[in-house]
Design a protein around this ligand. Sequence first.
Ligand code: PEP
Length: 250
Amino acid sequence: MRKKIVAGNWKMNCDISETYELLDALSEYELAEDVQVMVAPPFTSLQAANQALIDTDILVVAQNMHQAESGAYTGEISAAMLKSAGVDTVIIGHSERRAYFGESNGILAEKVNAALKANMQIIFCFGEELDDRQRGEHFDRVSSQLSQGLFHLEESAWENIILAYEPVWAIGTGETASPEQVQEMHKFIRRTIGERYTAKIADSISILYGGSVKPENAGEIFGKPDVDGGLIGGASLKAESFAAIINAFS
Ligand code: PEP
């Protein structure tokens, strides 16, 4: 059974007091009960977020982790450290990590392995650049990101994977993929997984869309048959817009 999920990626925003403020404001809204809500604050706010959300079903998620278990990796955070902060879900492969921090498909596959070894759930992000789409190579790009990042996994690992298709040209730009473009790609992703694995895995995986989702466009995007929710950047930083997006499923 595919889960409906709306996850907020706060990126490098919200110190500890702002984390409490935002989550306090969010608690004023009634949120759809059949949607798994997640928030991904920066590392320094993970514990505060967990504390603020202790009596709720909202999950606290990390934005990144290192692939090694421990060691001389100054400035990095391991899966075990996240787990000790009460975090069991991690975003891997966000386009900003790929673009600004040189995270290749190979490194991301190692991160996926490390997270799974630590029994974590993963939101795996991928998506084409604008020039891939302009050249008509967006399906190839997505297919190679999926195969290099995830297709080494055993079937059983897939119950811990959530996918987030995020076309790079639509992230933080105000430019959204049309609901038809989103559906076309999500259908392709599901078919690709079905061909590599099984129809059962393809039918049960949640595929989120990310890229300038707002209260005004969320309903139409989430209404498409292969879309199971969204990974939300900018609009997750305001309780009102994040709540409206969570409640946008019809
Ligand atoms: C994101 O960072 O994952 C994202 C989708 O950002 P935005 O919603 O701001 O485009």
